[in-house]
Design a protein around this ligand. Structure first.
Ligand code: SF4
Length: 500
């Protein structure tokens, strides 16, 4: 399939609607996966859920896998205190280049946070969600959290409000959450058995005292479950985050998935433990490892059929800004934003209309691409994609800091996760050791689809058994992956026929 023109290729940087239109194709040639084809439940479409639920998720980059190609979120760090200790967390450690929950460079008051949200909204038309995710716990700082929501709702009523919590204080705040129109709540829940929980939580602070060990875990788990039930009863969408910790809760997460499904969670997001001694966390210092991509995928596959899975989480910083996978936070520190930023709704409305058109074109082309692979017989293959957003293959191999990974077979192309790697091209030059890191990160992947790649990295990838594919530059990701797969299967059949 020939490549077609760029659309929304620089989605993270568009500054005017004219610029956005100039980047649109005359007509779509590619498509996303067919409706319902992706395994991430959050990628369901309009016809798969009640209209009021669709309205809540369709532009939410975390609750809809499709939306994450087009819409951005931001976190504001107004919640410094926490009421529990997790063995994977150390909020004291900060590195501006690091993406990891609990990490921030600048803590804000609610007034500063609201100013920052308006400043970002006026520059980033993709912004659709404000989340409060720490750096401590949103509900261990309820006054700051809800005051921020109040100020932002007044200034920007179109922005969806989210919060993340460990759940300990959740049952006390569900009424307030509903009153402030917070439609999306994330509860981090790593266990449903206190014996497992005790290996993850050394202590909690509850009812004016510190609890330790199994008692602490028992209280926490009970409060989490109660809060989850109260939220779903109130019609609030709940995403449950679970950190996968090999040897501690990896097998147990199957039970967690079943329990949260029973209680009406909208999504279950199983995230790999991030563990490094440099972070100073208990797990980092004791050598507890995180899962590798194959282990994570294997667990996600085993959970198929349970609570719907989110697979596109980027484990963002508590002050992240931008599309998932990019962080523009450094552009919007307090010293760089105006005292009284002004939001222009027209720019945002034009962007949303443009995205609607793009989505429609992708859906139509998706059906066509799907039909072309439906009868193919062959094993599933993984392809990695370099993208800056917009659902297109629109990034140079050397600039990619992460690759989105799709599984392709006769059922279509399904998003299955992402692989992080330091970009190969540093200051205009390819770094050999970085290339080896990228190749290691792409383990198990059959092809990497990019807008462009140099001859050297292309040859090295091919030596490592990974095909570098430039033929679909600027096309839609899933359609291109399916077209590549169809070509691959045709080649294999051809070889088989000649050797038969
Ligand atoms: S941490 Fe995951 S769920 Fe939260 S904003 Fe980032 S991608 Fe979305």
């Amino acid at each position: 399939m020939a490549s077609q023109v760029i659309s929304l290729s620089a989605i993270g940087r568009v500054t005017s609607v004219d610029e956005m239109k100039a980047r649109m194709p005359a007509g779509g040639c590619g498509a996303s996966s067919a409706k319902g084809q992706t395994s991430c439940g959050s990628s369901q479409g309009q016809g798969d859920m009640p209209p009021e639920v669709w309205e809540k998720v369709k532009d939410h980059p975390c609750y809809s896998e499709e939306a994450h190609h087009y819409f951005a979120r931001m976190h504001v760090a107004v919640a410094p205190a926490c009421n529990i200790q997790c063995n994977y967390c150390n909020r004291k450690y900060d590195c501006a280049n690091e993406s990891r929950p609990g990490v921030v460079s600048e803590k804000l008051t609610p007034e500063q946070a609201a100013r920052k949200v308006v400043a970002v909204a006026s520059e980033v038309p993709q912004l659709s969600v404000l989340g409060i995710a720490g750096p401590g716990d949103a509900l261990a700082n309820p006054q700051k959290t809800f005051r921020t929501f109040e100020l932002v709702a007044e200034a920007l009523p179109h922005i969806k409000l989210c919060l993340s919590t460990n759940g300990l204080a959740l049952p006390d705040h569900v009424d307030t959450i509903a009153r402030y129109n917070v439609d999306h709540v994330t509860v981090t829940l790593n266990a449903v058995d206190p014996d497992v929980g005790a290996e993850i939580y050394p202590w909690i602070f509850y009812n004016h005292r510190r609890w330790k060990g199994r008692d602490a875990a028992e209280i926490l788990l009970e409060r989490q479950m109660k809060g989850l039930e109260m939220l779903t009863a109130a019609g609030i969408l709940v995403k449950v985050n679970s950190v996968m910790i090999p040897g501690i809760n990896d097998e147990h997460l199957k039970l967690v998935n079943a329990e949260v499904k029973k209680r009406g969670a909208f999504l279950h997001n199983v995230m790999p433990l991030i563990s490094d001694p440099a972070h100073g966390t208990h797990f980092g210092l004791t050598g507890q490892r995180g899962p590798n991509p194959a282990e994570l995928k294997s667990l996600q596959d085993a959970l198929d059929g349970g609570a719907k899975l989110m697979k596109h989480c980027r484990q963002c910083r508590a002050d992240a800004v931008g599309l998932l996978g990019e962080d523009r936070g450094a552009e919007f520190t307090l010293d760089k934003i105006p005292e009284m930023p002004v939001f222009d709704p027209a720019k945002r409305e034009a962007y949303v209309a443009l995205v609607e058109q793009e989505r429609e074109d992708r859906r139509k082309a998706s059906e066509q691409a799907q039909a072309e692979v439906a009868d193919l017989a062959g094993e599933s293959l993984l392809v990695a994609v370099a993208t800056k957003g917009g659902g297109r293959i629109n990034q140079h191999f050397g600039h990619a800091r992460e690759f989105q990974v799709y599984e392709v077979d006769a059922r279509g192309a399904r998003f299955v996760g992402h692989r992080r790697a330091d970009n190969y091209c540093q200051g205009g030059y390819g770094e050999e050791d970085k290339l080896e890191e990228v190749i290691a990160a792409l383990e198990g992947v059959a092809a990497v689809m990019v807008a462009k790649i140099g001859d050297c990295p292309k040859a090295r990838l091919e030596e490592a058994g990974i095909e570098a594919v430039e033929d679909y530059a600027f096309d839609w990701i899933e359609t291109s992956a399916m077209a590549w797969y169809a070509g691959k299967m045709a080649d294999l059949n051809h070889v088989d026929a000649r050797t038969a």
